[in-house]
Design a protein around this ligand. Sequence first.
Ligand code: C2E
Ligand code: MG
Ligand code: MG
Length: 596
Amino acid sequence: LHAVQVATSASAIGIAVVALILGIFISRARKKSDRSLAESEERFRSIVETTSEWIWAMDLDGKLTYSNPAIETMLGYSAEELLGADIMDLMHEDDRREVIAILPGLIESKQGWSQLVTRWRHARDESYRHLESTAVAVIDEMGRVTGFRGADRDVTERIGLQRELAHQAFHDPLTGLANRTLFAERTEQALEEARRSGSLVALLFADLDNFKSVNDTLGHSAGDDLLQNVAGRLERTLRPEDTLARLGGDEFAILLEDVDGTKGVQRVAERIVESLATPFTIQGKEVHAQTSIGVAVGRAEDNSSEELLRNADVAMYVAKSAGKSQYRVFEVGMHAEVLQRAEIESDLRQALERDQFCLYYQPIIDLLTNSVVGVEALLRWDHPDRGLVAPPKFIPLLEESGLIVPVGTWILDESCRQARLLQDQFPSDPPFKMSVNLSVRELQHAGLIRSVSDALERSKLSPRSLVLEITESILMTGQQTRDNLARLRELGVRLAIDDFGTGYSSLGYLQHVPADILKIDKSFVDDVGRGTFEDSALARAIVSLGDSLGLRTVAEGIERVEQLSELLKLGCRWGQGYYFARPLEVSSLEDFLRRN
Ligand code: C2E
Ligand code: MG
Ligand code: MG
């Protein structure tokens, strides 16, 4: 019963009219003598029989004593068939109970009702229609209530619309998940419940790691598809009683109630990270949607829902800067960490103009002849207070803020200039190569080709002396990237696939990338030279893969002499690592080159 309002005779003029019509119509037998009365009766009859409202009368037992034909369109019964029917049989069970509960009071006070909404079963399809009813009590000469008369309208559509609006207010239209408002409300309730029972509540805050690049490269409708698919997968990893919400953009939140300690929550977080690690197929393309997750576990006494969500958010940031596709559980110290990150980010904005970036160079060695074939340029940030900052601490921030594009242009300029100087100082045949790392954001940028060709032109470095290192994840990011790669190749520049084996590229992808060099990730090289055949298995596989595709392999991170001899046996010709040299400043590099 959505709105039960008991009508008073003064307030409901509409009811009075209905009462009048019905009174005249139904008691026609007694008043037939008057001719003008007969005429007006005829008039009223035609009104009652043609109106779209259901006009009815019932006795105190709930049996219908009159029904106009409108019931036929409304519920599919004929008026005749309903005579003597018990209205309770037609009404929805839940509503029936409530009506039975209020009837005695109405009879007692001789009142009807107004705008009372109840559900009635349709004759044909067993569905229920919502009828809004207005009625008056029928009172006999002795002043006793003998029944009710009323008029009902079908308001099913209006109710549906109301529900739809209410749903919209609390749900995300794209995924159908709870929205931020509903999520906050559920969290409050859960904390309330936890306060009573002493149980734990956990919030997970999940943010996709590369949603922006999906949107940028495949378009917004692919982005939408991805979000819907992610929502579906998340839903399947959760229990029905968990609340999953989309807070906006690529942010999802999960509320777990009554969890069994941090361990239980970690298992859920692990499951989610795992389930999203498998690529999605979006509009026929393979798309990766790894996710970083922050977890906050709250005991009811000391957490509000906002605080819990904030903590989960902070933990998510820490997870992201730890290298993405991970989860972290909130700890108090994390606030400081995130604050520091924000500071670094604001300092980074000025670093380029303040000349705080510099390049270090790590020699790349021909393992067989022990000669230097080139160097890899590695970015360093010389921070006034923090000293020399290593790339993992700031390159993700450069990428997220887009600063990597102007900084990357500077890196290309500076490294090409330096390469040319070194080639003049240390002539060799073939000339010494310069390797430069490119990030995904740079490769997605339309201006990349221009930056590279400008750098080559200004420095007069031959394109064949420039190697651009890209990671496997780049290969997933769409047409613009692949176009850029092809145009780089047209320039005559070499391409290397960096950190090979840690990404996700299938061999099929590899065949479509115009690469010349495969760099075996340090994690595989670490195992080489430990003594057993199995330890070297992955490195061996990568070298032979390189061979079969005609690619030169470079081993990264060689630290021990045993690695060197084993790599040579595997057929890997080039390498770099602390065993030969750490990344060096220009002056130290010059010393190194002079000695070698
Ligand atoms: P990367 O391109 O795979 O570079 C190799 C990393 O391994 C370098 O770390 C290097 O110092 C380190 N390394 C080399 N030999 C050894 C070894 O024997 N043992 C150990 N433990 N480490 C070794 P770095 O300089 O900290 O750079 C880290 C990553 O940051 C690079 O990985 C690259 O992905 C990125 N990066 C560095 N410079 C640039 C840049 O100029 N532009 C872009 N976009 N990314 C850069
Ligand atoms: Mg590299
Ligand atoms: Mg590498």
